[in-house]
Ligand binder design. Structure first.
Ligand code: BYC
Length: 346
C-alpha cells in the first residue's frame, strides 16, 4: 500500500494526464505555476475530461473528494450492520444465501471506495480512525433499526434504490477512480434493489400479517430514505462547488425528486402505500409533489442522536479491534513475501 507521502510526491511530479488534451501550458509542466495548473484543471473539468490521481488538482477539490468518498465508504461498511442483523433469522435458506451475498457486496463496495480515497493521498488506517473518533460521517440512514424481516426488503427497495439514484450520476464524476468504482457498485446495487423489491412483493402478496409487516417497514423507511439525498439545496453547503467541479452532477433536491417519481408507480405495483398524504402528481411540473421532510430529525441523526448511532459505532469499533489479528497476520505475510522476493533477487 502506498503511503500518503508517496502519493503526495506522485501528485506533485507526476504526468499531467488531462493536460495533453486540454492545452496545459508547456511552462506549467516544469514550473510551480499554480495559476497555469489551475487553468489547465478548469479546462479539463469544463471539457468533461477525467482527473486522475497523478494530475494536479486544487487542494479543496482533493479535500472534498476525500470527504465524500470516505463518507461513502464508511456508509457501505456501517450499512452491513442493519441487514446482517437478520442473516441468522432469514426465513429460508434461499433468503439467507441472498442476504449473505448482499452484505458481502457492501463490504466489497467499502473496499473499492477506500481504495479510491487512497489514490488521493490518504490511507485506510487514517480514514477508519476518523470514522471511529467521529471526525468523519456515514449516511444518516444506517442509524435506524431493522425491527422485522420486512425491513430487509424495505432497505433493498428504498435504501438501495435511493443509493442507485444518487450513484448513477457519480459514474460521470470528474475524478476517475471514484467514477470507475461507481460503475461496478451501481451494477451490484441494482441487484440489491431488485431483491428488496421481490422480497416485499412476496410479503405484500402473502398473508394479511405479512402484508401489514411490509407496509409497516415501508412506513418507517420512506422518510429516512428521502433524507439520504442530503439537506435541501438552499442548505447544502457543498453542492454548488461540487457541481462546478462535476463531482456531483445533480443537486440533492433534483435527485430526491427523481427518486420519488420512480417510487410512486413501484409502490402501486407492490400493493403498498407510501406514507405521505401530500403525495400527488403535479401535471404542471411533470413531477410528484410530496410532503415536508422533518429536517430537524435529519440534523439530530447527524449529530449522533438517531435511534442507533451509538450501537452502530460501538459495533464498528469492536469489529475493528477484533480484526486486529487479521491485519497483523496480513502485514506479517506481506513482509515475509517481500523478504523472500528480496532474497530471490539477491
Ligand atoms: N447522511 O452540503 P451537503 C448504500 C452531510 S451507502 C449523513 O449537501 P454533499 C448502502 C454532508 O456530509 C450509500 N450526512 O453535502 C450501503 C455535509 O456534512 P460535512 C451512501 C449527510 O456532500 C449498505 C452536510 O450534511 N451514499 O447505499 O454535497 C447497504 C451538508 O450536506 C447526509 C453516498 O455516500 C446523509 N444522508 O452531499 C445498503 C453517496 N447528507 O461533510 C445501501 C455519496 C448530507 O460538511 N455522497 N450529509 O460535515 C454524496 O452523493 C453526497 O455526499 C451527499 C451529500 C448527496 C450524500
Amino acid at each position: 500500500m502506498a503511503t500518503a507521502a508517496a502519493h503526495h510526491t506522485a501528485q506533485q511530479t507526476g504526468p499531467q494526464a488531462y493536460g495533453a488534451q486540454s492545452g496545459v501550458p508547456d511552462t506549467a509542466c516544469g514550473t510551480d505555476d499554480t495559476a497555469a495548473y489551475q487553468r489547465a484543471f478548469d479546462a479539463a473539468v469544463a471539457a468533461d475530461e477525467r482527473v486522475e490521481p497523478r494530475d494536479w488538482m486544487p487542494d479543496a477539490y482533493r479535500a472534498t473528494l476525500v470527504r465524500q468518498i470516505a463518507q461513502h465508504a464508511h456508509s457501505e461498511i456501517i450499512g452491513m450492520q442493519p441487514e446482517a442483523n437478520w442473516i441468522t433469522r432469514a426465513p429460508s435458506l434461499r433468503r439467507k444465501a441472498i442476504l449473505m451475498a448482499k452484505v458481502q457486496d457492501e463490504a466489497g463496495h467499502g473496499l473499492y471506495l477506500y481504495s479510491a480515497a487512497e489514490t488521493l493521498g490518504t490511507s485506510r488506517e487514517d480514514l477508519l480512525d476518523k470514522l471511529h473518533t467521529g471526525r468523519q460521517k456515514y449516511s444518516s440512514i444506517f442509524n435506524y433499526p431493522t425491527l422485522t424481516w420486512a425491513d430487509v426488503g424495505a432497505i433493498g427497495w428504498l435504501v438501495d434504490g435511493a443509493a442507485i439514484t444518487n450513484q448513477v450520476p457519480l459514474c460521470r464524476c470528474s475524478y476517475g477512480p471514484y467514477a470507475r468504482a461507481m460503475v461496478r457498485v451501481c451494477k451490484e446495487e441494482s441487484f440489491h434493489q431488485r431483491q428488496g423489491y421481490e422480497l416485499l412483493l412476496a410479503l405484500s402478496r402473502g398473508t394479511p400479517e405479512q402484508h401489514a409487516m411490509a407496509q409497516d417497514a415501508v412506513d418507517r423507511w420512506w422518510w429516512p430514505s428521502l433524507m439520504m439525498f442530503g439537506p435541501p439545496d438552499d442548505e447544502s453547503a457543498h453542492s454548488a462547488q461540487s457541481m462546478a467541479w462535476k463531482i456531483k452532477r445533480h443537486s440533492n433536491d433534483e435527485l430526491r425528486q427523481r427518486f420519488v417519481d420512480i417510487c410512486v408507480p413501484q409502490a402501486e405495483s407492490l400493493g403498498l402505500t407510501l406514507p405521505d398524504p401530500d403525495l400527488k402528481w403535479n401535471e404542471e411540473r411533470g413531477h410528484h409533489d410530496f410532503g415536508a421532510i422533518d429536517w430537524t430529525e435529519f440534523w439530530e441523526v447527524l449529530k449522533g442522536n438517531g435511534p442507533c448511532n451509538e450501537q452502530r459505532m460501538t459495533q464498528r469499533r469492536r469489529a475493528h479491534d477484533e480484526g486486529a489479528w487479521v491485519r497483523e497476520s496480513a502485514a506479517a505475510y506481506a513482509a515475509k513475501r517481500n523478504d523472500e522476493a528480496g532474497a530471490g533477487r539477491g
